[in-house]
Design a protein around this ligand. Structure first.
Ligand SMILES: Cc1cc2nc3c(=O)[nH]c(=O)nc-3n(C[C@H](O)[C@H](O)[C@H](O)COP(=O)(O)OP(=O)(O)OC[C@H]3O[C@@H](n4cnc5c(N)ncnc54)[C@H](O)[C@@H]3O)c2cc1C
Length: 450
């Protein structure tokens, strides 16, 4: 007889491991499935910068050690948004680690295996199984090239950007779930880990360097990964006029300005995709919860997605536990997952997307103008800064400094006002799916305004 599970988790990245560990801790019968061979799990193209706070919070929740010595390449302290101006105008706190994702990912996997979570590696999920309007399992192809059906009460889709379960569902299945993946949803990236001949001067820093020639979101990143080591890369949405632009050539052109060829050794160079849109407004359907990149849980400005994936994995585990106990897997019963996401990082990410759109519309030159004239200050770009109340006097001061480029002021004003409305909507996430369509329409209208 075919074995059935309470929960099958698709993907053993940070989202999947965290969801599986949570489910196991609560006594659920859980299975982890990944298409990679066991030793490659956790190896992913990444900026590898993670937040200390988030990683410690999740570690505590899951009773695991946060990143250990050999998994940490460097400590980071600040995020710098840099333009061609000689002074860094925007330096935001970003306490965290540069990690070796492969090593850390392998250790997380070892913890899962020690806790007796069964793993089917080299097992690719091909499609979901849907019966009577509920996801009841998945069809996989294993390393012997056999197609097998696996059944569970609940599937947690943590399969990364391609979201194999979500994007393969029948069109008429759960109309409240967005089943599409379009080119505008992610940036295609190229990333290198390099070793310079000399020490760099970026110790403790992760730098987003804005460049005129790089399409949205418009920067090349340099993350200090050790005294001589840097994690660098760029990426953009390959759509419209940028459809045929090569990411690698844009990257090497930008690199030439800062670290010309011949001044460094490439340790690793690979392409990848990172979500660049706000989180899925709804990430549940009958028998299904979607987590991590599969649900666009990455910060659209900084690409930070490792921590959020683990946080959301815990939320999914929490909701799965209640659902299994109640034996109820309808959208309504899983709905609280959305509320948890939007009351945590979801709201910040949704606003971050507004900021990236505004920055893109502005372009580096006009951003420099605003920075030089102190129309935009560092504090304005923090969550609190965007949401703070402004007096008429402060607006007057800004208006004077912005002279004569009032269109920029209007763009900023609109971005701030939309951000505030997005924040209010996230805080008032509908408690039931019944009120969701109206909420979603209102949210999408806000995005159209910018
Ligand atoms: C260039 C780049 C830079 C980034 N920089 C940072 C950064 O500095 N900091 C940060 O926090 N985040 C960063 N991110 C984002 C971060 O890597 C992701 O947000 C994070 O890995 C998401 O975790 P996940 O578990 O959702 O997905 P993933 O890590 O992608 O894991 C998905 C897993 O699912 C498996 N899988 C996929 N399809 C199937 C299938 N059909 N069947 C079975 N298994 C399947 C895969 O093998 C994989 O193991 C970056 C991403 C990119 C591309």
């Amino acid at each position: 007889m075919t074995e059935t599970y309470d929960v099958i988790v698709i993907g053993a990245g940070p989202a999947g491991i965290s969801a599986a560990l949570y489910c196991k801790k609560e006594g659920l019968k859980v299975l982890l499935v990944d298409k990679k061979e066991k030793g490659k799990i956790g190896d992913k193209v990444c900026g590898e910068a993670i937040s200390k706070k988030t990683s410690h919070q999740v570690s505590e929740k899951l009773n695991i050690e946060s990143p250990q010595k050999n998994e940490i390449n460097a400590e980071i302290e600040v995020l710098v948004l840099r333009t061609s101006l000689p002074v860094d105008h925007i330096i935001l706190p970003a306490i965290g680690y540069m990690i070796n994702r492969h090593l850390y990912g392998q250790r997380l996997l070892d913890v899962a295996l020690q806790r007796e979570i069964p793993l089917l590696s080299e097992t690719k999920v091909l499609r979901s199984l849907v019966k009577e309007n509920k996801v009841i399992g998945v069809v996989v192809r294993n390393n012997k090239n056999e197609e097998i059906e696996l059944y569970s009460s609940l599937i947690i889709d943590c399969s990364g950007i391609l979201a194999i379960v979500r994007t393969g569902l029948p069109k008429d299945f759960e109309p409240l779930l967005n089943k599409k993946l379009t080119k505008a949803d992610y940036a295609s990236c190229y990333r290198e880990i390099i070793e310079l001949e000399e020490n760099h001067d970026l110790k403790g820093k992760i730098v987003l360097q804005y460049e005129e020639d790089i399409p949205e979101p418009g920067y090349i990143w340099f993350f200090a990964d050790g005294e001589k080591k840097l994690n660098c890369g760029t990426g953009f949405i390959k759509e419209g006029k940028h459809k045929d632009k090569g990411v690698k050539s844009v990257y090497f052109k930008a690199m030439e300005k800062y670290y010309p060829k011949g001044t460094y050794k490439t340790i690793d160079g690979r392409g990848g995709c990172v979500p660049i849109r706000p989180p899925l407004w709804n990430a549940v359907a009958p028998g299904l919860i979607i987590v991590g990149d599969a649900a666009y849980h990455t910060d659209p400005l900084t690409a930070e997605g490792h921590g959020p994936a683990m946080v959301a994995g815990c939320f999914a585990g929490e909701i799965a536990t209640t659902a299994v106990k109640k034996k109820s897997f309808e959208t309504e019963n899983l709905w609280k997952y959305n509320e948890l996401v939007f009351s945590d990082f979801g709201s910040d990410h949704a606003r971050s997307r507004i900021l990236t759109i505004a920055l893109e519309k502005m372009g580096p030159k006009r951003l420099e103008f605003l920075l030089k004239r102190r129309v935009i200050k560092q504090a304005d770009l923090t969550s609190e800064g965007i949401l703070k109340k402004r007096t008429i006097l402060s607006y007057l001061g800004i208006a004077l400094r912005c002279f004569p480029r009032y269109s920029l002021l209007l763009l900023m004003k609109r971005a701030i006002s939309i951000s505030k409305s997005v924040n209010v909507l996230c805080k008032n996430y509908p408690q039931s799916p019944k009120n969701f369509p109206e909420w979603r329409d209102e949210m999408e209208k806000l995005y159209q305004q910018i």
